[in-house]
Design a protein around this ligand. Structure first.
Ligand SMILES: Cc1cc2nc3c(=O)[nH]c(=O)nc-3n(C[C@H](O)[C@H](O)[C@H](O)COP(=O)(O)OP(=O)(O)OC[C@H]3O[C@@H](n4cnc5c(N)ncnc54)[C@H](O)[C@@H]3O)c2cc1C
Length: 382
C-alpha cells in the first residue's frame, strides 16, 4: 500500500522539492488520512498500533523515492509520536496524540545543540521550575528536523525538548524532557538552516527557547529520567534511519541495473564489462546483507522497550556507509548522466551522507558497539 502511494504521490514531487530546498508540508499532513503518521501510536488515540517492522517498511519505501521527505516523516512519527506514545502520561497522550496522528500538528525532537551533539550530556539548555510550578526553559537547539514548517519561519506545532534540570549526587547532569507547543511564550525559530548537502526536501532549523514558559503538566515523566527514554527511542530512530539507507540502496541498484542494460559502448551493453559488474554485484550483496540485518533487527525489536542498542547501532553503522557506497557506484555506472539531478542517483548520494551523521555519527556507533561488546562479550558466540 505504501509503495503504491509513494509512487503516485511522493515520486512526482521529489525532484522539485530537492531543487527548491522546500518541504512538502501538505503531503506529510495527508499521510494522517492513511493512518501512517501515528504508525506505532495506540489505536485508541488515533494511531495504527503497528510494530517496528511496519515502521521499517514505511521508511524504506519513502526513502526509495524521496529521502528528504522520509526524514521529515521520521522526525514526526518516530522522534515525536513514538516517543510520546511510550513515554508520555495519559493526559499528554489523550490531548496530543490525536492531533499528531491526524496531521493537525507536526512534531519535532530537539536534542542537539550548537555546542553539543554526540556529547548529549554536554547540553547547556536549562529548565528551572518557577514558584507556580511551571518550567522556564533557556537555550538553543540546533539541526532540528521539522523545527520550522515553512519559509516564513513557522515553528513546529509541538517539540520534544531535552533540557538540563540539575546535577545528581554523583555530579552527573540530570536531564529532563518537556513538551513545548507553538504559542508558548519564548519559543521561536532562530533560523532555517539553508544550503544543506542533501535532505533538502526536509526543513532543518535552529530553535530558540528564551525564558520559554511551559506548564508543569508538560514535563514528561519525572525530572532526571530522560536518559532512559531517550536511549530507548534512539534505538527505534536508528533502525528507521537504517531503513532509509535501505530505500536509497534499493533505488540506486534499480537505476544502475536498468542503465547498464540500456547503455551501450564499444558495441556492448555496459553490463558486459567486468568493472561495471563489480559495481552492480558488490551493490547487490551489500543491499541484501543490509536488508537481512535490518529486518532481522526490526523483528526482534519491541518498541518502547530498551535492549536493542547493539543492533540498532549495528544496522545504522553498516547501512549508512553501504548506501553511500551504492549511490556512489550508481553515479559511476551512469557516468555523466549520473552526475545530474534528472537521473536521481546524485540526489540519493547527497541524501545518503546525512545518514552517517544524523541520529548518531558512524564514530558514535563504533564507540557504542565496542563498549557493549566489552560489557557483554559472550553475545559474539551466541
Ligand atoms: C540534516 C540534519 C538533521 C538533523 N535532525 C536532528 C533532529 O531532528 N533533532 C536533533 O536533536 N538533532 C538533529 N540533527 C543533529 C545530529 O543528530 C548531529 O549532527 C549528530 O548527532 C552529530 O552531532 P554534531 O553535529 O554536534 O557533531 P559532533 O558531536 O561535534 O561530532 C563532530 C565529529 O567528532 C566525532 N566525535 C564526537 N565525539 C566522539 C567520540 N567520543 N569518539 C569519536 N569521535 C567522536 C563525531 O563522530 C564527528 O565525526 C540533525 C543533523 C542534520 C545535519
Amino acid at each position: 500500500m505504501v509503495r503504491d502511494w509513494v509512487k503516485e504521490n511522493v515520486e512526482p514531487q521529489a525532484f522539485e522539492h530537492d531543487k527548491e530546498e522546500k518541504f512538502n508540508l501538505e503531503l506529510l499532513k495527508s499521510m494522517g488520512e492513511m493512518g501512517l503518521l501515528g504508525i506505532s501510536a495506540p489505536e485508541e488515540y488515533g494511531g495504527a498500533g503497528l510494530d517496528a517492522t511496519a515502521c521499517t517498511i514505511i521508511h524504506e519505501e519513502l526513502s526509495a523515492s524521496d529521502p528528504g521527505f522520509a526524514l521529515a516523516y521520521l522526525a514526526h512519527s518516530m522522534l515525536f509520536v513514538n516517543n510520546l506514545s511510550f513515554n508520555g502520561n495519559e493526559e499528554q497522550k489523550a490531548r496530543i496524540l490525536p492531533k499528531v496522528c491526524s496531521g493537525e500538528w507536526i512534531g519535532a525532537m530537539a536534542m542537539s545543540e550548537p555546542d553539543a551533539g554526540t556529547d548529549v550530556l554536554g547540553l547547556s539548555t536549562t529548565a528551572k521550575q518557577t514558584e507556580d510550578g511551571s518550567w522556564c526553559i533557556n537555550g538553543r537547539k540546533m539541526w532540528i528536523t521539522n523545527g520550522c514548517l515553512d519559509e516564513d519561519g513557522t515553528p513546529a506545532d509541538v517539540v520534544w525538548v531535552y533540557a538540563r534540570t540539575g546535577t545528581d549526587d554523583r555530579g552527573r547532569v540530570e536531564m529532563s524532557t518537556f513538551i513545548v507547543e507553538a504559542g508558548m511564550p519564548g519559543y521561536s525559530v532562530g533560523q532555517k538552516i539553508l544550503d544543506k548537502t542533501g535532505m533538502r526536501a526536509s526543513n532543518t532549523a535552529e530553535l530558540v527557547f528564551d525564558n520559554c514558559i511551559v506548564p508543569a503538566s508538560n514535563l514528561v515523566g519525572r525530572t532526571g529520567e530522560s536518559l532512559i527514554h531517550m536511549m530507548c527511542n534512539l534505538e527505534a530512530e536508528r533502525l528507521t534511519l537504517a531503513a532509509m539507507s535501505l530505500g536509497i540502496s534499493r533505488r540506486c541498484l534499480d537505476e544502475m541495473n536498468r542503465y547498464a542494460t540500456d547503455r551501450t559502448a564499444f558495441k556492448s551493453q555496459i553490463r558486459d564489462f567486468g568493472q561495471i559488474q563489480r559495481y552492480i554485484g558488490d551493490s547487490w550483496a551489500k543491499y541484501r546483507a543490509m536488508r537481512a540485518y535490518i529486518y532481522d533487527t526490526a523483528a526482534s525489536m519491541t518498541l518502547g522497550k530498551p535492549g536493542h542498542r547493539l543492533d540498532s547501532d549495528g544496522v545504522k553503522l553498516f547501512a549508512a556507509t553501504a548506501a553511500k557506497e551504492i549511490a556512489d557506484s550508481a553515479i559511476q555506472v551512469l557516468g555523466g548522466y549520473g552526475y545530474v539531478a534528472e537521473y536521481h542517483v546524485e540526489r540519493l548520494w547527497r541524501d545518503s551522507k546525512l545518514l552517517e551523521i544524523g541520529g548518531g555519527t558512524v564514530e558514535s556507533h563504533q564507540k557504542n558497539i565496542t563498549r557493549d561488546l566489552f560489557k557483554n562479550p559472550e553475545i559474539i558466540n551466541q
